[in-house]
Design a binder for this molecule. Structure first.
Ligand code: GDP
Ligand code: IMO
Ligand code: MG
Length: 420
């Protein structure tokens, strides 16, 4: 049996956490394959709203194992907080969570370097979450990183000090407050805390599970347009957020990828800097932000809002080999007379229908308008009850995207999900 993948097709925050939680009862294992605590995945059920950063979104369900794969970068301090919050809610994390020995560790100085990098970029800053993601992946590819499997090594302290000192040399000249000693004390305490958990060779674990016909879902973080190779570089994150990231981030051979569920909002958002052709920097954008509560789950920052972008979605579907789609936050568009869909871009005076290398602030959207439904969706539990205008929006998107929309989300709660 192969591995199913669920990942974001836009600039993140599509609602991955919610749908992974909804689908988890169909799986034995949920595995994160990339990113780290820059992610904020929100789950809402039984009156509880919970945000996960490093832990896979299957953690609340019984009889499901959650794996943090080798491609993930872990901040032990944040992971400890996450685990403690779950344990307070009586979630048995020790028995349900496995951590790859090959996952890299985010050091306190990686977070300082992230800040220094943003300061040095000035107006061109990425808008990083400042969780140390970029510097940690840089040390991974630079072959300097520390991994979970190093925690029990007698030379851990020596390796840690060597890397920390290298970072401090790089940080010389940056005048911002760095209370490193306190951060380091907490870091070392968290390292001890993490020793309670099972550290595994996750590639063997996942491949053995496949042989045993276990059902596995890989949970993406961020979104395709933030991918290090295919996103809006340099305004991207530092990992491969795409289906291929499952192969490298979990040790799954390409031929073992089964379903790829691509998830997108019925409109579009972005947090941080970078091009966003269909952004509405006006009352429409504000209306979407307000109704959709579009504020970052990790940083609390305002998310930029705009209309759905078909050239970008088609690109993401192509790169990921998406086999089915989940449309999220449809209810946010409940009270719009007109809904716009970006079908093309104007680039250097030319009308184009693809996602170009040159995408920047001069790229303008070309819109097709569709009728809004002006009806409240959250109470709807069956597709038959969808307003006609929503049915038309769905079939228009399916035709354009040449991929079936199998899930329609009409609210943040588990129950507010229609599986078609
Ligand atoms: P993720 O990073 O992809 O998991 O998404 P986030 O959790 O960062 O952001 C999605 C936000 O939308 C969260 O606050 C969810 O509770 C909320 N959400 C998810 N699906 C829906 C939906 O269908 N309608 C509404 N109104 N909110 C939703
Ligand atoms: P989830 O998994 C939305 C954005 C940041 C910034 C850029 C680089 O919740 O969808 P980084 O901290 O990775 O160096 O930041 O990427 N970003 C996200 N935006 N959702 C996320 O994760 C994000 N993770 C990073 O805002 O623009
Ligand atoms: Mg998020």
């Amino acid at each position: 049996m192969g591995v199913d993948v669920l990942l974001g097709l836009q600039w993140g925050d599509e609602g991955k956490g919610k749908i992974v939680d909804v689908l988890t009862p169909q799986y034995n294992i949920i595995a994160r394959f990339q990113g780290g605590p820059n992610a904020g995945h929100t789950l809402e059920f039984e009156g509880i709203k919970h945000v996960l950063h490093t832990i896979p979104s299957g953690i609340f369900r019984d009889n499901v194992i959650n794996v943090i794969g080798n491609g993930v970068v872990i901040d032990p301090i944040i992971l400890q907080h996450e685990i403690e919050k779950l344990e307070e809610m009586n979630v048995d994390v020790v028995s349900k969570l496995l951590i790859s020995k090959k996952a890299h560790l985010i050091l306190p100085t990686h977070k300082l370097l992230d800040k220094a990098s943003e300061i040095s970029k000035g107006k061109e800053k990425i808008g990083s979450t400042l969780k140390g993601i970029g510097p940690t992946y840089m040390d991974k590819t630079g072959r300097n990183g520390l991994r979970v499997g190093d925690l029990n090594d007698s030379s851990f302290d020596v390796k840690y000090n060597r890397l920390r000192d290298k970072h401090l040399a790089l940080l010389k000249g940056f005048e911002f407050e760095k209370d490193l000693s306190e951060m380091e004390t907490t870091f070392m305490e968290s390292i001890q805390f993490l020793k309670r958990f099972k550290h595994i060779d996750s590639e063997h674990y996942i491949n053995n599970a496949m042989k045993e016909n276990k059902k596995i879902l890989a949970e993406g973080a961020q979104g395709t347009l933030l991918d290090i190779d295919f996103g809006t570089y340099p305004f991207v994150t530092s990992s491969n957020t795409i289906t291929a990231g499952t192969c490298t981030g979990l040790g799954v051979a390409p031929g073992k990828i089964a379903k790829v569920i691509g998830i997108f909002k019925a409109y579009c958002t972005r947090v941080g800097s970078g091009p966003f052709p269909s952004e509405e920097k006006n009352e429409t954008g504000e209306k979407i932000r307000k109704i959709g509560n579009e504020f970052g789950a990790t940083t609390g920052r305002e998310r930029r809002c705009g209309w759905i972008d078909l050239p970008a979605l088609k690109y993401a579907i192509m790169i990921n080999g998406v086999t089915e789609l989940a449309m999220m936050k449809s209810d946010v568009l409940d009270h719009f007379d007109e809904i716009k869909v970006c079908t093309h871009y104007i680039q250097n005076g030319n009308k184009i229908d693809y996602f170009p290398f040159e995408l920047d602030d001069t790229t303008k959207p070309v819109y097709h308008s569709v009728k809004g439904w002006n009806e409240d969706l959250p109470s709807i539990r069956s597709e038959e009850d969808f307003p006609n205008a929503l049915k038309e929006y769905i079939s228009y998107l399916e035709k354009e995207l040449e991929t079936p929309i199998t899930i329609v989300s009409v609210g943040p709660k588990r129950s507010e999900t229609i599986i078609r």
